[in-house]
Design a protein around this ligand. Structure first.
Ligand SMILES: C[S@@+](CC[C@H](N)C(=O)[O-])C[C@H]1O[C@@H](n2cnc3c(N)ncnc32)[C@H](O)[C@@H]1O
Length: 188
């Protein structure tokens, strides 16, 4: 399940591999209200839905690719998915302070380990009340545009590891889809 899918390029690649994938965006392209992809036809069907839709698919892996920088919705999606019992997350984007997600989003993922604004007086978003609730299993280097520092990361919800079993925490079907996807060059 991809949210904030834009033109859903990765959803299309996954679908071609036989993965059952659904894609959502608040402003599905080619809508003129999509500031990135107005007048651009999507690669894969994209339904018009807000991030509330994640609560309907806790059984799916949540896919978030370059979620908007410094907006609330990426963190809200993580919390709603977790609350609904969601377990697996694939994030493609930059790290804390980069061009995707906000500090709350990266704190939930565990990529920010303290509240720098409060500890060092930095003018930034306070994350004192944000608890890490995801565990990173994998970081995979991917082809990037010049000047971009994005990567793919696979996360599992904290507290759910016991359900997955200790020997191979990543279900084999997800592992195969991920490996196949990563062998393909990515163009944007
Ligand atoms: C930076 S673009 C990334 C699009 C795509 N994932 C990619 O990597 O090309 C962010 C996308 O999130 C969508 N978006 C913004 N707010 C949203 C919300 N509350 N719920 C769902 N999608 C949203 C935008 O319409 C836009 O398509």
């Amino acid at each position: 399940m991809e949210v904030g899918a834009g033109v859903a390029y990765w959803a299309m690649l996954l679908s071609r591999m036989g993965v059952d994938v659904v894609a959502y965006d608040l402003h599905p392209p080619p809508s003129a209200t999509n500031q990135w992809f107005a007048d651009t036809m999507p690669w894969h069907p994209v339904e018009c839905r807000d991030i509330d839709v994640v609560a309907q698919h806790p059984d799916r892996t949540l896919l978030m690719i370059w979620p908007t920088k410094n907006e609330d919705w990426p963190g809200d999606a993580l919390l709603a998915f977790l609350e609904a019992g969601g377990e697996w997350l694939v994030y493609v984007g930059e790290g804390p302070g980069g061009r995707s997600g906000d500090d709350r989003f990266h704190s939930l993922l565990g990529s920010i380990d303290r509240c720098y604004p409060c500890d060092y007086g930095i003018d930034a978003q306070c994350v004192c009340d944000v608890s890490r609730n995801w565990r990173r299993h994998l970081t995979v280097e991917i082809p990037t545009w010049d000047g971009c520092d994005d990567r793919l990361e696979l996360y599992q919800a904290l507290g759910s590891a016991a359900r997955a079993g200790p020997a191979n925490p990543i279900p084999s079907v997800r592992r195969r889809a991920l490996e196949a996807l990563l062998r393909r060059p990515r163009r944007r």
